[in-house]
Design a protein around this ligand. Structure first.
Ligand SMILES: [Zn+2]
Length: 444
């Protein structure tokens, strides 16, 4: 149970496509954690006084909490020690996390990462690939109020083919036939998963040759079975897909959100708009630039990555940037994900993903903010729950000292985070200076 709170005199960022701002507004938050009313300060003055707590937001900006559509709770975002890319060792560590001794350690580690997301303004995230069911159980704790955390949609372990993306490192359930795919979906749903993640193509981090990153891996048949099974339970399917062919096959199978993505053909664009096998008749594109850009644009002497990873990252990055431009030009639903946990994507860097998309594709600040709030909510099926500052929605709000429509860096310093009506004053995050300095060099 939260207390009644009134945020008074704020500039409210509506996060619509035009970047509309309503000035001198009061936002009333009810005890149940939902937004009760949004209106002019004058109009709501009496009700604001009656609230148990008033927060003076004069000269400040209030916006919906951020939604990170692509998170992981695997690591803190610093470059992984090279040893962890050794398949046998990585599998050993994953094995340990699933032992009775490892499980509570894994959960507390994941909790720290989820807390860093929340304290940096991410009030909702979708976890797309876990060791076990750690994000699922944290999401439940947060939902039931046992823990003041963000809202979490979680996939449980990713599904991949033998030798596929994530499989060698022990990060995926291996499926090699349509019925194995169905079974893996059933296993994850039984764990409590609220989304399903598949590796449709190879990935940058574990590819062994140049060109492997986007190579199709899962067959359309396998993906179709997985989508049917997940959709029967009303659950959306997200596909890691990093080439036009991989994206096309995924969409044909009924995948609901394309993660990372690629440049688009007319056939791909048509399927995003009208996808008969998807859960809702359309699919969305969830780009993730920050997971690739540093690998390409920062000197490999500093990043320490090998040439295969760099070359694959470059192919993927160029194609993703084109894909975002294609999405903008053709009105494809364009979400935002950080791919947090990957090398150079710390959990507090959601604003940097938006900043990068803006500088590389010409997306407006207003549309970047729309993407990370309203559009992500729609993409994840949460538009009746969160994603805007409107009466009836969950009170997931940020109070900012400066206007992110002018500079997205405003999101780096958040005065207050409100999640489900719970106020977190002066939220603090442990940051990595050496990473942030490197990431600052990507800003344009
Ligand atoms: Zn990912």
């Amino acid at each position: 149970m939260t207390t009644r709170v009134a945020l008074t005199g704020a500039n409210v960022l509506t996060c619509d496509r035009d970047g509309s701002v309503l000035s001198d507004q009061t936002v009333l938050v009810a005890e149940d954690g939902f937004i009760e009313a949004v209106g002019s300060r004058e109009e709501l003055a009496e009700r604001a006084v009656a609230a148990q707590r008033q927060i003076d937001c004069t000269g400040k900006w209030v916006m919906p909490g951020l939604i990170n559509a692509h998170a992981h709770l695997l690591a803190d975002g610093r470059p992984l020690p090279k040893a962890l890319m050794n398949a046998a060792l990585a599998r050993g560590i994953v094995g340990f996390w699933k032992t009775p001794l490892g499980r509570p350690m894994l959960r507390e580690r994941a909790r720290g990462f989820a807390q860093a997301e929340l304290n940096s303004g991410v009030t909702t995230f979708r976890s797309l690939g876990e060791y076990d069911n750690e994000a699922v159980s944290l999401g439940r704790e947060s939902e039931s109020g046992q823990w003041l955390g963000p809202r979490i949609m979680a996939s449980g372990p990713m599904l991949a083919i033998t030798g596929g993306h994530g499989a060698e490192l022990g990060l995926a359930r291996v499926v090699d036939a349509p019925w194995e795919g169905r079974k893996a979906v059933r296993q994850n749903l039984r764990l409590g998963a609220t989304s399903i993640k598949i590796a449709a193509t190879g990935g940058v981090t574990d590819a062994k040759v140049v060109g492997e990153a986007g190579r199709p891996q899962m067959t359309t048949e396998e993906m179709t079975a997985i989508c049917e099974e997940a959709h029967s339970a009303g659950v959306l399917v997200a596909a890691h897909a990093q080439s036009p062919e991989g994206v096309l096959r995924s969409l044909k199978a009924g995948v609901d959100t394309i993660e990372h993505g690629s440049a688009m053909t007319d056939e791909i664009i048509e399927l995003f708009h009208d996808n008969p096998r998807s859960l809702r008749g359309w699919s969305a594109f969830d780009a993730t630039l920050l997971a690739a850009a540093p690998l390409v644009e920062i000197d490999t002497k500093i990043t320490g990555i090998n040439n295969v990873v760099r070359e694959n990252a470059k192919i993927v990055l160029d194609s993703m940037v084109q894909g975002i431009r294609d999405a903008i030009a053709n009105d494809v639903v364009l979400g935002s994900g950080l791919d947090s946990s990957m090398t150079f994507t710390p959990h507090y860097a959601m604003w940097r993903e938006l900043d990068l998309v803006v500088s590389r594709t010409g997306l407006s600040h207003a549309r970047a903010l729309e993407s990370v709030t309203r559009v992500n909510a729609k993409m994840l099926g949460l538009e009746s729950v969160t994603g805007a500052v409107e009466a009836g929605l969950s009170a997931d709000l940020l109070i900012l000292g400066s206007n992110p429509l002018d500079d997205l860096k405003a999101l780096e310093a958040i005065d207050t985070v409100v999640v489900r009506g719970n106020v977190i004053d002066a939220p603090s995050v442990d940051t990595f200076d050496e990473i942030d300095e490197l990431l600052d060099t990507l800003r344009r």
